[in-house]
Design a protein around this ligand. Structure first.
Ligand code: PBG
Length: 324
């Protein structure tokens, strides 16, 4: 007889009881804060569709990260936005490219900080696609050569973790081999393993000025309808040598995370993307949602679904809340 013998409300009666049986927790070490880095000096350019987020020049990044570290943040994810974009995305792999310079500056100021660099061409190419374009198509194998150059430049600049977000086939294996051959066998790879062609990246593309000039990304990023294929993508990045596996976006794809998590030993990350952030901010601005409770609930749901790490524009804010 389940009821009245079993009464689940017994363990929910007081905070002391609830706390004791709580299954999942969100701690500051789970959080990664992304930053958009631009050229120049003393520049802070707010991003309209991402309230409280801005593009920062390197000197401003150093200050912002000081504040993040003060709040307990231990890891950051960098996106570079160069002044000069070209067909080949050459600033992605230039030794003095913006993301390389930002990485060097951060490692010089904060040697203990974990610096993760996003590796993709879309912020650097004049056409805004994530790879080499020929005859109106993004060419997979030619793009791999460019990604390898970018990975080596980022490793040389001191990145702890390189995070390829382009969704070309075979890039994790190629990057791993190239890093090892160049003496960077200690540099880790966080693979955007199951990255979907999502409309929730809209605000990011304003922030990174990386919207494709023609077409869209559906010929390389995943179809939102496919769950089994996501497991296949994740399995390949595991075999190719990824140290951390990522599912992106987060909330709409928690089923993918929950299915994949038990199949691999690696830590899993989720990316709470720009559109997810913008939705929360917009509703909060209107007074329709309680920001703190909705953010904490969202991030805790990601932990419950199996995320070890959460990349979120809310990282520093949440870190401050966790200290209260
Ligand atoms: C680059 C990249 C994108 C995001 C992270 N890396 C945009 C895209 O694929 O179009 C999106 C992140 C976000 O929306 O917060 N390829």
């Amino acid at each position: 007889m389940p009821f009245p013998t079993h009464r689940l409300r017994r363990l929910r009666r007081t905070e002391g009881l609830r706390r004791m049986v709580r299954e999942h927790h969100l701690r500051v070490e789970h959080l990664i804060q992304p930053y958009f880095v631009i050229e120049g000096d003393r520049r802070v350019v707010p991003i309209a569709s991402m309230p409280d987020q801005a593009q920062l020049s390197v000197d401003q990044l150093i200050e912002a990260v000081a504040h993040a570290i003060h709040n307990g943040i231990g890891a950051v994810l960098l996106f570079g936005i160069p002044d000069h974009k070209d067909e080949a995305g050459s600033q992605a792999y230039a030794e003095d490219g913006i993301i390389q310079r930002a990485t060097r500056a951060l490692k010089r100021h904060y040697p203990e900080l974990v610096v993760i660099t996003d590796l993709c061409l879309c912020e650097y190419t004049s056409h805004g696609h994530c790879g080499h374009v020929a005859h109106g198509e993004v060419r997979n194998d030619e793009t791999l050569d460019l990604l390898v150059k970018g990975a080596l430049a980022q490793a040389q600049a001191g990145a702890d973790i390189i995070a390829p977000s382009d969704m070309m086939d075979g890039r994790i294996g190629r990057i791993r081999t190239a890093l090892d051959a160049a003496g960077y066998s200690d540099v880790a790879i966080m693979a955007y393993a199951a990255k979907f062609a999502s409309a929730f990246y809209g605000p990011f593309r304003d922030a990174a000025q990386s919207a494709p000039a023609f077409g869209d990304r559906r010929a390389y990023q995943m179809d939102p309808a496919n769950g089994r294929e996501a497991l296949w993508e994740i399995a390949l990045d595991d075999i190719e040598g990824a140290d951390i596996l990522m599912v992106k976006p987060a909330l709409p794809y928690l089923d993918v995370l929950a299915r994949a998590r038990p199949l691999h030993p690696q830590p899993f990350a989720v990316y709470h993307v720009s559109g997810e952030y913008a939705m929360l901010k917009a509703a909060v601005e209107r007074g329709w949602l309680d920001e703190r409770r909705c953010v904490m609930e969202s991030l805790l749901a990601m932990r419950r679904a199996g995320a070890d790490l959460i990349i979120t524009y809310y990282a520093v804010t949440v870190a401050a809340w966790l200290q209260e």
